[in-house]
Every structure is written in C-alpha cells, then in structure tokens.
Ligand binder design. Structure first.
Ligand SMILES: Cc1cc2nc3c(=O)[nH]c(=O)nc-3n(C[C@H](O)[C@H](O)[C@H](O)COP(=O)(O)OP(=O)(O)OC[C@H]3O[C@@H](n4cnc5c(N)ncnc54)[C@H](O)[C@@H]3O)c2cc1C
Length: 707
C-alpha cells in the first residue's frame, strides 16, 4: 500500500510518480494539520454525505456567473430557516439557563464556545438554513460546520456571513436578558437578518471620529438616529447592501447635549415583508469589490429616524426613562470576543494558503516548461530552484500559521478562565499578541498566495485556477477586523511599555521576557540556535525603537510624537516579536509529533520556515557583529537544503491538507492532474462562447463588415 493515499489509476503520470515518492503516510500528516485523527475522520464523513447531495452545488463555475446570479446561488443555499428550525420550549429554556450561568467575562467565552462548539445556536442557523444537511451534520461540531461552509458555500461569503459572525454574537454579548428574549430567537431562526454597522465613509480606524448620533428624547422615550454629514454614512457592513432587515448600529449616545461615546443600538432598517427601507433610512449596496463579492457590503444613512429607548443594547451601559446614563462596569468588555475572532481568522488564512499551495504545487508537478540544460527533456517546473523558493516557504507557513491559530485559541480559553477568577493579568499580553498575529499572518498569507499565483504563470491569472479568488479573500483580511498597520502599532505600544520595564529590570510577562535577556554565548541545539536568532532580532528591533524614542524625548519631544517619528521601526519590531512567537510554537509542535516519518517531514518544513524568515530579516543578524556573514550564509544554505529535501515530498505534503477538488474549485489543482483537457472544458462554459453576443452584433460586426 503506497504511503500517499491519493494515488488512483488514470491520473496524470507525473503526479502519480510524485506520489510514489512519499516518505510518510499522508493520512498521518493530514491528522496533524487538521487537528487530530478524530477531527479528520469527521471532516471526511461530512464530505462524503455532502457528495451524495449534488443539488447543493453549482452547475457552472462562479466565475462564469454574474454577481447577481452568484448572490442568488448562495442565498438558495442559506434559505429562510423558519420552517427548518423551530426551537422547542425546552431548548429555549436550556439556552437561557446556560447563558445565565456565565459571568460578564465568561459571556464572551460563552458566545464563542456556546455558539460554535457547544450549542446549536449560531451554527444551527447556518445549518438549518442550508438545504438538506440537517440529517447528518452535527451542528454542535465546529469541524462539521467549517467543512460544510467551505465546501457548499465557498470562500467568497454569503449574505448571512456577518449575521452569524457579528450580529447574533453582539446581541448575546451586549443585550440584556429581556432584550435577548425579544430579539435573539428571531435572529437565530433567520426571521430577522442583521449585520454590524460601525465603519463610516469618512471614518474607519479612528472610532473616536465616528459621527452618527443617537440623541435621547425624554419626551417620547426614543432615540433619534441621525447621519449629520455625507462622511457619516455607514459604509462597508457585510449583508447591508440588500439582505439585512436590521443592524447593530454603532453611534454616539447623546443625552442632554452630552456625548457619552459610542454605543450599540438595535435598529430595524428594512420591512421584513416587503424589504423596502424604513422611512428615514437610506440603504443600498456599495458595488463590486476586489473580492468577497457574494457578500453585499452596503451603505446606510438616517434622517432623524426614531427607535425606542430599549433598542439601545443595555447589558453593560444603560439609559433610564428619565435619561440617566449608567456606564459599563468594566472597560474591557468585548475583548475576548475579539480574541476569538482573530484566532478564527488565522485558521481561515492557514486554509486559504493551504489551498493555494495544493493548486500551485500539483500544477508545478504537472507543468513541464523549459530545460535546465539545453537539448534535454522539458522539466517539471517544480524542479526549478526558483519555483521552489516561490512556493515552499508558503508551504511551511501553512503549518506554522495553523499551529499559531491553535495556540492562540488555547491561550484565549485559559485567559478567560483566569478572568472568571478575577485575574486579568494576561489579557493585555494576549490582546497585543493577537494584533500582531492578525497583521503578520494575513499579510504573509496573501503574499504567499500571490507568489503561488505568479508561480502558475498565465494559468495562475485565470479564474480557472481559483488563485485570484484565494488572493482577494486573503488580502481583504489585511484591512477588516483592524487595519494591519494599525494592528502592528497597537502591538508596538505594548512593546514600548515592555521595553521600559526591561530597561528598569522589572518583572516581565512571559511573552516579552526575552527583552530583558542578553544574547546567549552558548547557542544550543539546531532549533535553539535559530530561535535565539529570532529573539535577538526581535529584542534588537524593540530596544532600538525604544531607545531612539527616548533620545527624542530627552530633546523635548513629547512621547506621542517621538513614538510617531519612529513608527516604521516600531512596526518592524512588532513583526519580529510576532514571528518569534510563531517560530517558537511551530518548533514545539513539531517536537510533539510521535510518528517519526511525519516528524521528519515537519522538521524539514520547520527548518525551512525558521531559516527563510531569518534570511528575510538578515540585515539585523549582522548588525553590531551579532553574527558573522559566514553564519548568515549558512542559514541561507539551510533554506536551499530544506527546499531540496522537501521537493520529493512536496505533492504528498499538499495532498495531506485533505482538501477535495470540490472545495478547491481549481482546474490547476485537480487531484488527478488532468489540467489541460479541463482548462479547455472550463473555457467552453464561458458565457462569451454563446452566439449573437450584443457587443459583437451591435458594434464589432458593423465595423468589420464595412472593411
Ligand atoms: C472586505 C471588507 C469587509 C468589511 N466589513 C465591515 C463590516 O462588516 N462592518 C464594518 O463596520 N466595517 C467593515 N469593513 C470596514 C473596515 O473595518 C475598515 O475598512 C477598516 O477598519 C479600516 O478603516 P478605513 O477603511 O477607514 O481605513 P483608514 O483607517 O482610513 O486607513 C487608511 C490608511 O491609513 C493608515 N492609518 C489609519 N490610522 C492610522 C494611525 N492611527 N496610525 C498610522 N496609520 C494609520 C492605515 O494604516 C492605512 O494605511 C470592511 C472592510 C472590508 C475591506
């Protein structure tokens, strides 16, 4: 029995030959990547069930459909849940009993675990909205829902994406018990569809500049929602364009002319029956974007639109009938929700990147182009060192990022337990880390996906490869959920405080303890040595940025300006700090793997990851004589050595991601490697291959027929 489990008769011969070279069992590595044997098994069972339900999938590739047709396709798959999901009285009472067990801090934990892992609520919506999956899918199982969403819906989103991710969790997190009784069941059953409207046309990152107002009118016990300027128009919220009946609106709370800052309001915007916008509400779609065009991102403006007082979400802050404001008891409410969101985003990025690697590496094994020595046979492009340099660092990053996502999720869970005992010590560390991870992982994933696209030549630019879709989905995440540069600056502020502590010799949190250490004289074993180099670079960058800033302060420049004057250096420091965390986690993970053959291949990937990332930062390695140029050269050679070792296993490694053709939606990445015949078939489906096309009939024919 071959070690690669994907070998089948009739496949492209080059691909089959590659698969026979595997030195490890692909099922074993698949279990490591996908979070364990049980989880892998379950993913496969769900996938098999989906295979039996052909009508869940589209006859034509999405690229050959208009945006409106694609919106129709995804909406068909998430149709109204009213008939699908009736919560029984018992389920309803369990639901609220469970919710009430949780304290304020645990509420965030409750949202994510209860909704995603423990209880039918959030994913049940998706599940019950989806046709025909309720008889086999376990909606309490995150793996089930992940695979169903990816396989059936694809990665370009759907009109209820923000409803699930933001609208329902915000009601649970920020509405009081009575408000949850009013709104939650309708939201869970899809009787109302919502989104989260925060960003404005003129204001994104800087929340303090948001202009939309909610002014309390004591005489009627209502809030008057108003958009005072064009720049105050809400812009971007997913699902707002055409799908939502309601929004959670983030607006300035004004009472007796006093601004109490931003608060969330539950605001109906469209009639649930007619879908017409409410009087006083202007709402619509913002048009096509670089990607995620199955999400209808929209705009929203209000003309003195009135909502009842109790439509302000009042779990944490309150406004009484008389207009008395009560502030939230704890300023950090909501932090842990954000932490979970970010760990989920990192998981998604690891999958996007894995898909890009499957596509580009399989295709590079099938594609023959050019000769290494003139007059010899055309080579598989995977044999070119330059091609390996383009692709294999991305391959190693898949494992590094997946490990980071798992680690940060576990750290978040343990942090929440600590919070429930009143200990918030690690929250700031973890929040800062999550900012760095969000920024580094989204940036590097999209970079590696684009390298994969370019590595597939012209066919990589075709939608048939699916690489353009993967790139646009991945790169969008560099902006939403916190713009990346701003995320790095947030981490920098935390590192600035840590640097000050290191200078003072104060006690340091574990994640930044290395700042107070000096460079080791003994470098340790292979991994120890490389990780020491990561520590050196991070420490050097952080302390350098800090000391430059302090020097400016001594010259009378205020701290804020001194920080801003060195913000590029600070973001470089933040990246190095984050890469150190990822590198440490990857090494630890590899060392825990028990199967020797799998550990060997992961060792090679980890070596490549560490040496490649160090070479990317190599100028910091030689500064101040930390390493001689010869040692940097050795690290560079380590990159090439690791690539050589990975080459024979490359196809089997990507096969181990265990992502099937249907999920992959790529002609270039097909398991069987029959790329050319299928590219031809894919092109035949293009709507432009129909007869009597208007542009030809109206304009081109009359032009050419005159010649
Ligand atoms: C695909 C997608 C989906 C989205 N979905 C939603 C949604 O559902 N709901 C919603 O409310 N919003 C949504 N958004 C909006 C998103 O949250 C914002 O685009 C994001 O917060 C960035 O804000 P901005 O666009 O105003 O950029 P800006 O803040 O204007 O940033 C522009 C540039 O200025 C820089 N910059 C800004 N502030 C600073 C600073 N303090 N220091 C240094 N540099 C700075 C940034 O680094 C960036 O280079 C979505 C956006 C996208 C792309």
């Amino acid at each position: 029995m071959p070690l690669n489990k994907l070998i089948q008769d009739g496949d492209n011969q080059d691909l089959t030959q590659e698969r026979f070279k595997a030195t490890f069992d692909t099922d074993e590595l698949a279990a490591v990547f996908n979070g364990g044997e049980d989880r892998l098994q379950r993913i496969r069972e769900v996938r098999d069930e989906l295979t039996k339900r052909g009508h869940l999938f589209d006859a034509l590739p999405a690229a050959h459909r208009t945006r409106a047709e694609r919106m129709e396709d995804v909406s068909r798959k998430v149709r109204n849940s009213a008939q699908g999901f009736q919560m029984t009285r018992k389920m309803k009472s369990d639901f609220f009993e469970f919710a009430s067990l949780y304290s304020e801090y645990e509420t965030n934990f409750f949202i994510h675990n209860f909704l995603r892992f423990l209880h039918p609520s959030n994913y049940s919506l998706l599940k019950n909205l989806m046709e025909n999956v309720s008889d086999f899918a376990d909606f309490t199982n995150n793996a089930d829902m992940l695979i169903i969403t990816r396989d059936v819906m694809g990665i370009e989103g759907f009109p209820l994406a923000l409803h699930n991710l933001m609208f329902v969790p915000t009601i649970q997190n920020q509405a009081d018990d009575e408000q949850q009784e009013w709104w939650l069941m309708d939201a869970l059953q899809g009787k109302i569809i919502g989104t989260y409207a925060q960003t404005e046309l003129g204001h994104g990152t800087n929340l303090s500049a948001i202009e939309t107002t909610a002014t309390y009118d004591k005489s009627t016990e209502e809030f008057i929602i108003h958009t005072p300027t064009t720049t105050a128009t809400k812009w971007w919220p997913g699902g707002l364009g055409t799908s939502c009946t309601h929004v959670i609106l983030v607006a300035n709370l004004i009472i007796d002319s006093k601004n109490h800052g931003l608060h969330p309001f539950f605001v109906p915007i469209r009639d649930r029956n007619s879908y017409s916008s409410m009087p006083g509400v202007r709402v619509g779609d913002i048009g096509t974007k670089m990607g995620v065009n199955c999400v209808d991102n929209g705009f929203l403006a209000f003309d003195n639109y009135r909502i009842p007082r109790r439509n302000m979400l009042m779990k944490h802050s309150k406004v009484s009938k008389e207009g008395v404001y009560t502030a939230p008891s704890h300023p950090k409410v909501g932090y842990t929700t954000m932490l979970y969101m970010r760990s989920e985003m990192i998981t998604h990025q690891a999958y996007y990147l894995a898909m890009a690697m499957i596509i580009s590496i399989r295709y590079s094994a099938v594609r023959r182009q050019g000769e290494i020595k003139p007059g010899t046979q055309e080579v598989q492009i995977l044999d070119y060192q330059t091609q390996q340099y383009r692709l294999f660092p991305g391959l190693a990053r898949c494992f590094a990022f997946m490990t980071a996502a798992t680690t940060v999720r576990q750290m978040t869970e343990s942090c929440i337990k600590e919070l429930s005992h009143g200990n918030s010590d690690v929250l700031a560390d973890l929040h800062a880390l999550s900012c760095g991870l969000k920024a580094v992982v989204t940036h590097q994933s999209s970079q590696s996906i684009d390298q994969a696209r370019q590595g597939c030549g012209g066919h990589g630019y075709s939608d048939a490869s699916y690489l353009p879709t993967l790139y646009t989905c991945s790169v969008g995440a560099c902006t939403y959920e916190g713009e990346n540069m701003v995320m790095l600056l947030q981490l920098s502020k935390y590192l600035m405080k840590a640097a000050a502590k290191a200078e003072e010799g104060a006690v340091m949190a574990p994640l930044v303890a290395y700042l107070a250490k000096s460079d080791p004289i003994e470098n340790g074993d292979k991994y120890g040595k490389l990780l020491n180099h990561f520590e050196h670079v991070a420490r050097h960058r952080v302390m350098h940025a800090y000391r430059q800033m302090i020097e400016e302060e001594k010259q009378g420049i205020e701290r804020d300006y001194a920080f801003a004057n060195h913000s590029v250096d600070w973001t470089k420091a933040a990246r190095a700090h984050t890469k150190l965390f990822i590198a440490r986690g990857f090494v630890k993970k590899v060392q825990e793997v028990s199967n020797e053959a799998v550990r060997d291949v992961l060792n090679t990937l980890a070596e490549l990851y560490l040496s490649y990332e160090l070479i990317e930062m190599s100028s910091d390695l030689t500064t101040n004589g930390y390493l001689p140029e010869t040692e940097v050269q050795q690290i560079r050679h380590q990159v090439y050595d690791s690539m050589r070792k990975i080459r024979p296993n490359a196809v089997s490694i990507v096969d181990s991601f265990d992502i099937c053709d249907r999920e992959l939606r790529s002609v270039l990445g097909r398991r069987d490697g029959h790329v050319y015949d299928n590219l031809y078939k894919w092109a035949q489906m293009s709507p432009l291959n129909q007869k009597n096309l208007p542009h030809v009939e109206k304009y081109l024919k009359p032009m050419t027929s005159k010649l």
